[in-house]
Design a protein around this ligand. Structure first.
Ligand code: MSP
Length: 533
């Protein structure tokens, strides 16, 4: 059976509205998914919402509505935003879904039967905000629990525990042996150090007496499942995993393992410790432990964006003001995958104006205008320019194409875009130096002019294909103006291209479309007030 490229993102908490940070993660994953579709891979892109837990229960209570009603409202906001931003996911993981609940219960039952869960009583400090017991490790320099833990209370209760600590040695070995386990590599040490310190087991239940909004334990109705244990399972429950058997259905094995795209804040302990150990105890082989792509954060003036401090940006407002392509472009081009960056609406406009309006848009317009002015839009010949004189030699683009593809494969989207757009920058310089308007005046140089125009049109197709994972609408706009449609085009801005189409030129006699501005320049003075929620 043909393997699928399976990609997931963190599922978003439904205790607040989506902001630019959430949008970044989905766009990043969508870009990677689209890149794979472009290459002809079968793609399964899973994302969704994390709907259980104490915070949700509390927020719903505050609003005086039932938790389900509360999460339905916020889920609708996430769904609307993913539609607005053109996020093309194939599976939707909402943790209140019966399919998911069945899977979580099945896993709990299996771990219990296999001796990986036990019941015990524990007394200690508990963070209501983070929904976990705290140990002395979590105390700050002054011996107190920091503000990140919110309200901390003393609790003593019986719960179910998952045997984490006994798998510490296994996890350390996995981290050392699997080079591809964590991208970027600098996060690997961070995780290794955290695993070294791992001492206790994981409390995976919450007594119903204080939290009812969760998945009930299959063998003890007095308890619901800890929200992280529940949420992590989404990656397999919505991919066809059957907890009752060790031999998995073909639906699941064709997909697994997934590339998990997550933010740096949820690597330790959830995705880097709990999740691999959960999978290991379920019988997943070492090579089936999923790789983690850990991205950084978009901040505002160096600080975390949050609705409570009033500095979170509403992605809808930005998409309405600048278009979803411009927003997608900014979100993945002005940050290096893995690092943090500061969000700035001014930078968004600057990058749009310089890279897209003045750069690529200008190249498209110049090329098509000249094509019509000198040749009525018809390309002739695919003659290698420079056959007569070196001064007509066009800039090479094979290296940029290859570098761009390598960067996409490594999820370095910012670098991929740089390489793609570098082709356009060189084309603009080439036009300035070769001066087609001068060639047009000299009938002896007619072949050179044809070759220059063909070369430029071919480069525009290359660039459009290479930027299409990030800016699908603009890419199709360029391809429409070039009057070219790729194979497998399904009307949803999805297509598959061959390496020849990516690197080559148009056929002799190809008729170009008419130019029309694709990236109208944004007037900097008109930049609206940032879309603060
Ligand atoms: N529900 C958990 C994830 C469970 S996955 C099994 C969660 N939700 S979250 O809504 O808080 O965050 C969802 C994702 O958005 C996380 O990967 C997080 O890192 C990411 N981001 C939240 N704010 C962000 C920024 N400001 N910038 C970039 N990504 C950010 O964690």
């Amino acid at each position: 059976m043909r393997r699928t490229f399976f990609i997931t993102t963190a599922i978003d908490y439904t205790n607040g509205a989506p902001h630019i940070g959430h949008a970044y993660e989905k766009v990043l994953a969508d870009v990677i998914a689209r890149y794979h579709r472009l290459k002809g891979d079968d793609v399964f892109f899973l994302t969704g919402v994390d709907q259980h837990g104490q915070k949700v229960q509390q927020s719903a209570e505050k609003q005086g509505v039932a938790p389900q009603e509360f999460v339905d409202g916020i889920t609708a906001e996430f769904l609307a935003l993913w539609k607005r931003l053109g996020i093309q996911y194939d599976g939707w993981a909402a943790t209140t879904d019966e399919r998911h609940k069945r899977c979580v219960r099945g896993i709990l039952q299996r771990l219990k039967d296999e001796g990986q869960l036990y019941r015990d009583s524990r007394a200690g400090y508990y963070s209501v905000r983070q929904e976990q017991f705290l140990t002395d490790k979590e105390r700050g320099m002054n011996g107190e629990f920091g503000p990140e833990w919110g309200e901390v209370v003393l609790l003593e209760e019986e719960n179910y525990f998952f045997r984490l600590a006994e798998h510490k040695g296994w996890l350390l070995k996995l981290i050392d042996q699997r080079d591809d386990f964590i991208t970027p590599a600098f996060r690997r040490n961070e995780l290794r150090n955290a695993v070294e310190k791992l001492a206790g087991d994981l409390c995976v239940s919450r007594p119903k007496a204080r939290l009812s909004w969760g998945i009930e334990f299959p063998f003890d109705p007095e308890f619901v499942t800890y929200v992280w244990f529940d949420a992590l399972v989404n990656y397999i429950s919505f991919a066809g995993y059957d907890p009752a058997t060790r031999t998995q259905p073909a639906e699941f094995t064709a997909r697994w393992p997934a590339l998990h795209v997550i933010g740096k804040d949820i690597l330790i302990p959830a995705h880097g410790i709990y999740w691999p150990i959960m999978l290991h105890t379920l019988g997943f082989a070492d090579e089936e432990i999923p790789p983690l792509l850990v991205h950084g954060w978009w901040n505002i003036a160096g600080t975390k964006m949050s609705k409570s401090t009033g500095n979170s940006i509403d992605p809808h407002v930005l998409a309405d003001n600048y278009g979803e392509d411009a927003l997608r472009y900014y979100l993945v081009s002005d940050i290096a995958t893995g690092k943090d960056a500061d969000f700035s609406e001014e930078r968004l406009v600057q990058r749009y104006n310089s890279d897209l309006a003045n750069g690529l848009g200008n190249l498209l317009n110049r090329t098509l205008t000249m094509g019509w002015k000198y040749r009525e839009g018809r390309l002739a010949g695919n003659l290698a320019v420079g056959s007569r004189e070196d001064r007509f030699a066009p800039p090479a683009r094979a290296e940029a194409i290859q570098a761009c593809q390598e960067a996409y494969s490594a999820a370095a989207v910012h670098t991929a875009l740089e390489h793609a757009l570098s082709i356009g920058i060189k084309c603009n310089q080439y036009i300035d130096s070769v001066k087609p308007w001068v060639l047009a005046r000299n009938p002896e140089l007619a072949e050179e002019l044809d070759a220059v125009l063909s070369y430029l049109a071919g480069c525009l197709r290359t660039i459009a294909i290479l930027i299409s994972p990030v800016m699908p609408i603009a890419a199709h706009g360029i391809l429409d103006q070039l009057n070219w449609r790729a194979g497998g085009y399904d009307g949803a801005l999805r297509f598959v291209v061959t390496q020849d189409e990516l690197e080559g030129g148009f056929a002799d006699g190809h008729q170009l479309g008419k130019p029309s501005p694709l990236f109208p320049k944004i007037d900097v003075d008109l930049v609206a007030a940032p879309g603060v929620l």
